[in-house]
Design a protein around this ligand. Structure first.
Ligand SMILES: Nc1ncnc2c1ncn2[C@@H]1O[C@H](COP(=O)(O)OP(=O)(O)OP(=O)(O)O)[C@@H](O)[C@H]1O
Length: 351
């Protein structure tokens, strides 16, 4: 569905050059739900805008939904859906009007646009809101309307830029369910950017981690976490057998970073869940009793920390939302490459 090679974008403004994306390779296969995770300014939006034809790459090639990005941008636009960060709805427009207009922009007849709109509003829990002005919708409803607009032409590949930024935890979880349903019931391939660790972890099949314009890691959430440092395990034992327990642990496959305190043995192993049964048997064989055990899976933040030496939470302001529904984090640089339309296009529709 997506195959990009050496995709690069440089911005130059008033003599200053920003290498926003430094030649990334991206592969996404049909039916996948892939997350593009990175801190603010990492290059997520710039990459997304290139893949959706809104921004011309400085270098590199890509095929998106079967069409060449440079040779056939119109073909790409016809086949993809794009749900931008800020959405594209007019505040004074009614929900039904927005949906119908979007359908017409994609070439649907009036009756088809209305019928497709009805189908989407039902799927996305927006029924009954047809006559509401979009400015009166809640944050979650507005995001679902943005999704409806992005899906009006039944694309098989949909791009989401920070789909849940600014939503409260309940609306975020609700939107995740809708995104999952899109994939499971309609077989849509999804590519989303996010700086929310939990979103990437719980929602995505596979994650690409981007930092400073480069992809620094990629894999399933579990594989990424396993690759970095393994699971932390804490075993509780009787104080007088701590040393013997530590000796048994020291012989376990892949155990490292062993630390003991009276009554407790801490260590790391590649997979805590598979290491523990063997350890239990070894304890049994030596006549020792394990009083307690705890496996601590590494988080994606541990992954990011190991890869970059920085915490994703620190570098992007964390998972905080402001009360007014806007992202707490800042936006990317305001300067531009002399082509203002690049930035402005972000809120226009891909039609
Ligand atoms: N039009 C532009 N002109 C100049 N620099 C830009 C422009 N657009 C983006 N940049 C710069 O490119 C880098 C990558 O920005 P980008 O918006 O792609 O990051 P991001 O990972 O999407 O961040 P965010 O999570 O804040 O949206 C940043 O340093 C940003 O300041």
């Amino acid at each position: 569905m997506i195959k990009a090679r050496g995709l690069q974008r440089r911005f130059t403004s008033r003599g200053r050059t920003v290498e926003a994306v430094k030649g990334v390779d991206i592969d996404v296969t049909e039916g996948e739900l892939v997350g593009f995770l990175g801190p603010n300014g990492a290059g997520k939006t710039t990459t997304l805008r290139m893949l959706t034809t809104l921004l011309t790459p400085t270098a590199g090639e890509a095929r998106v939904a079967g069409c060449d990005l440079r040779a056939d941008p119109v073909g790409v636009r016809r086949r993809i859906g794009y749900v931008a960060q800020g959405g594209g709805t007019g505040p004074e427009c009614k929900v039904a009007e927005e949906i119908e207009l979007q359908g017409r922009l994609y070439g649907l007849g009036k009756a088809d646009a209305i019928a497709r709109g009805k189908e989407l509003t039902e799927q996305l829990d927006l029924s009954g809101l047809d006559q509401r002005l979009t400015k009166t919708l809640s944050g979650g409803q507005r995001r679902r309307l943005d999704i409806a607009l992005g899906l009006i032409h039944s694309p098989k590949l949909v791009f989401f830029d920070e789909p849940t930024t600014g939503l409260d935890p309940q609306s975020r979880a609700n939107l995740w369910e809708h995104i999952r349903t899109l994939r499971s019931e309609q077989g849509v391939t999804l590519f989303l950017t996010t700086h929310y660790l939990e979103e990437a972890d719980t929602l995505c099949d596979r994650i690409l981690v981007i930092d400073g314009g480069e992809i620094v890691a990629e894999g399933t959430p579990d594989a990424l976490k396993a690759r970095v440092s393994g699971d932390g395990v804490v075993l509780g034992v009787d104080e007088d057998v701590t040393t013997r327990a530590a000796e048994i642990v020291g012989r376990a496959d892949g155990a490292h970073d062993l630390v003991t305190t009276p009554g407790e043995v801490r260590f790391r192993v590649p997979r805590g869940d598979t290491a523990l049964p063997a350890l239990l048997r070894a304890f049994d064989a030596e006549g020792l009793t394990m009083q307690s055990m705890q496996v601590q899976r590494p988080t994606l933040d541990d992954v990011f920390l190991t890869l970059t030496g920085r915490s994703l939470r620190d570098s992007d302001g964390g998972d905080t939302d402001t009360a007014d529904g806007t992202a707490a984090n800042g936006t990317a640089a305001d300067d531009n490459d002399g082509n203002d339309s690049d930035r402005n296009e972000e809120t226009t529709r891909v039609a």
